[in-house]
Ligand binder design. Structure first.
Ligand code: ADP
Ligand code: C5P
Ligand code: MG
Length: 219
């Protein structure tokens, strides 16, 4: 009798899990840090080891810039070169669509690393307007390192990245944008106890060891 009950129960488990996944709200980790802090590098490592989908706001904007027929291509291009933050109406729609597409293809993919967002007040407001109640922000993963390290890494990346903003002139502006607009957002989340800080100045493996400690603790 007990065996019968147990076997019936276990037969039901997959469909219960499946249905739970279907109704899961997206679980979001915002990934922030200066330009070149290693956000993309670490997100790639996280994806290899944990069930997260990586969405980089910068990558989405660059893809939209190159999309044939995009009405925003030129605007995005000039904002990126100037190290300015693109109006959130554009970015939030790209992010929302990418999240929806991911979950439509595989409803079990509801954990997202949103890299390089929210970068200023406008980004944060856009997120609140469009996504509040539709996704849970678990915490902010903050890759902390000096401006000097950030600049050197981007200049090194610039030798092969083909990016229009990995040059000294753009980088000076990007650092200013980071200090003036993004740091206050990180501070805002810090006051809510939502920031998990990693020292991003050491090697990739060492940084990832700290990331793992955080993710294993957060569950
Ligand atoms: P972000 O996405 O924050 O702009 P990336 O992950 O693209 O930064 O890294 C910027 C550059 O620095 C890349 O060329 C990358 O290979 C390199 N890099 C990333 N993390 C480290 C690290 N911990 N130590 C040295 N170089 C790194
Ligand atoms: O994160 P990443 O370095 O790829 O961002 C490159 C550029 O993309 C930023 O300097 C900015 O011009 C633009 N961007 C933006 N809004 C975001 C993320 C990136 O305007 N939330
Ligand atoms: Mg990046």
């Amino acid at each position: 009798m007990i065996f019968l009950l147990l076997s019936r129960l276990s037969a039901k488990v997959p469909s219960v899990v499946y249905r739970a996944a279907l109704i899961m709200k997206p679980q979001v980790v915002f990934v922030l840090g200066g330009p070149g802090a290693g956000k993309g590098t670490q997100c790639a490592r996280i994806v290899e080891n944990y069930s997260y989908t990586h969405l980089s706001a910068g990558d989405l904007l660059r893809a939209e810039r190159s999309r044939e027929g995009s009405e925003f291509g030129q605007l995005i291009d000039s904002y990126i070169k100037e190290g300015k933050i693109v109006p959130v109406e554009i970015t939030i729609n790209l992010l929302r669509k990418a999240m929806e597409d991911t979950m439509q293809i595989d409803e079990k993919k509801f954990r997202f690393l949103i890299d390089g967002f929210p970068r200023n007040e406008d980004n944060l407001q856009g997120w609140t307007t469009v996504m509040d109640g539709k996704a849970d922000v678990k915490f902010v993963l903050f890759f902390d390192c000096s401006n000097e390290v950030c600049i050197n890494r981007c200049l090194e990346r610039g030798k092969s990245s083909g990016r229009t903003d990995d040059n000294r002139a753009s980088l000076e502006k990007r650092i200013q944008t980071y200090l003036q607009s993004t740091r206050p957002i990180i501070s805002l989340y810090e006051k809510q106890g939502k920031v998990r800080t990693v020292d991003a100045s050491c090697g990739v493996d060492e940084v990832f060891a700290d990331v793992k400690t955080i993710l294993d603790k957060e569950g």
